[in-house]
Write a protein that binds this ligand. Structure first.
Ligand code: PMP
Length: 407
């Protein structure tokens, strides 16, 4: 039993009051993107109404105020993930750009012919393709750590695959398809014992649990604001100061320079070295409002309620002999992938949608994982702390409708 009263929380999220197909919306696609509370929407409106101006370059009042607000959020994120310094937080467009930044910049300087990059069998395309591109360019090899049948990482195989040639381990904190929570601290410790750099894809983790990058010990941690109740198009990369300082810049342009002549450019210091061009100030400020909002509720409370929802949904879905749950690792995060007796996920999803319920169907950007499981996709219900058990009951009714229609 937790202190969360979802009915009280729900009034903070205007979209949850709307109807879809004439039915009250049930939003179970939180792993794709979370909804935004009114305070985040207000922060965006207030920024563009009263503060809009370019940062770091104006002596004028608005520019100075915008710069202060922009840099305050960096400190907020620093404390949120417990980084040592605020300059270890680089603003990006999101998790995907953060991983691309590391692959392009760190990869350019540190990967050579014959080197290996180790990922896992449950990675999102955004933690596969940037490494493939790097490997192709450098003549390096991408290795994939296998999973156990329940969807947990095979840690024995992982230990065996950390080899002489491994330069980078890039693994997700939480699988967006299976819900598996990986032992990232252990993963990092084992890699660091062999001098291997570690990137953790935190896209799914930040909204569900307290993340402490110093405790994990990783070199990089990538995330997106839109999965943490903030705006789209903004996110971040945590990087350890020493590692970031040793990296070449990512993109060139304004902001990332100290001095430019046609002969030579002196690059700026952290974090600006990695932030070329005018940044997304308004959305940074919206992200700050989202962090304040969920910090006010408390990640422990959020995690506890989401686990109650997960347990309830798992019990209901397991009781249906025609439902097969994909991903049953212990200690899962609050999402469930499942199939209904061979019915194509897209067909099932269409019926479920007509009941006003938003679930995701398909490969969830984890096509190689689907291939290894021998399935074409799943139906995925992913929960947030504003969801209720009554909504899960409505999903069960929708599943009955799907069976009526197709079986
Ligand atoms: N990694 C994982 C595990 C994800 O779930 C996602 C988003 N579905 C991403 C990376 C990419 O995040 P974004 O699209 O916000 O860059």
């Amino acid at each position: 039993v937790t202190g969360i009263d979802p009915e009280k929380i729900r009034v903070d999220f205007p979209i949850l009051g709307r109807k879809v197909h004439n039915k009250p919306l049930v939003y179970f696609d939180n792993a794709a993107t979370t909804q935004k509370p009114q305070v985040v929407i207000d922060a965006l409106v207030n920024y563009y109404t009263g503060l809009n101006s370019n940062v770091h370059r104006g002596v004028h009042y608005l520019s100075q105020q915008a710069t202060v607000a922009f840099e305050e959020v960096r400190e907020k994120i620093q404390h949120f993930v417990n980084a040592r310094f605020s300059h270890e937080i680089i603003y990006t467009r999101g998790c995907t750009e953060s991983i691309n930044l590391v692959a392009a910049s760190w990869g350019r300087a540190n990967i050579g012919q014959g080197d290996e990059i180790l990922i896992s069998g449950m990675e999102h395309h955004s933690n596969i393709v940037p490494w493939q591109m790097l490997c192709e360019e450098k003549g390096a090899a991408l290795k994939v750590c296998p999973l156990h049948p329940d969807g947990s990482l095979d840690m024995q195989a992982y230990a065996d695959m950390l080899g002489e040639k491994t330069r980078m381990v890039a693994i997700t904190h939480i699988s967006n398809t299976l819900g598996t929570v990986n032992p990232v601290k252990e993963i990092t410790r084992m890699a660091h014992e062999k001098g291997i750099t570690v990137l953790i894809d935190g896209a799914q983790a930040l909204s569900h649990m307290k993340v402490d990058v110093q405790d994990i010990g990783c070199d990089f941690y990538a995330f997106s604001a839109h999965k943490v109740y903030g705006p789209m198009g903004i996110g971040g990369l945590y990087g350890r100061e020493e590692v970031l300082n040793a990296m070449p810049p990512y993109q060139g342009g304004g902001e990332m320079i100290k001095n430019v002549t046609f002969e030579k450019t002196l690059y700026n210091e952290l974090p600006f070295k990695f932030e070329a061009g005018t940044p997304n100030v308004g959305d940074v400020i919206g992200f700050g409002a989202a962090i304040d909002y969920i910090s006010g509720i408390g990640l422990d409370q959020i995690g506890a309620w989401e686990h109650e929802l997960l347990a309830y949904a798992t019990e209901k879905l397991s009781a249906d002999p025609l439902v097969r749950i994909i991903g049953t690792a212990p200690g899962k995060a609050s999402l469930i992938s499942f199939l209904i007796n061979g019915i194509h996920p897209y067909d099932a999803g269409t019926i479920i949608d007509h009941m006003g319920i938003a679930v995701r169907t398909g490969t969830h950007c984890t096509q190689p994982l689907m291939d290894s499981l021998g399935i074409s996709g799943t139906i995925r219900a992913s929960f947030a702390f504003y969801n209720t058990k009554q909504e899960i009951d409505r999903l069960m009714e929708a599943i009955d409708k799907v069976k009526e229609f197709f079986l």
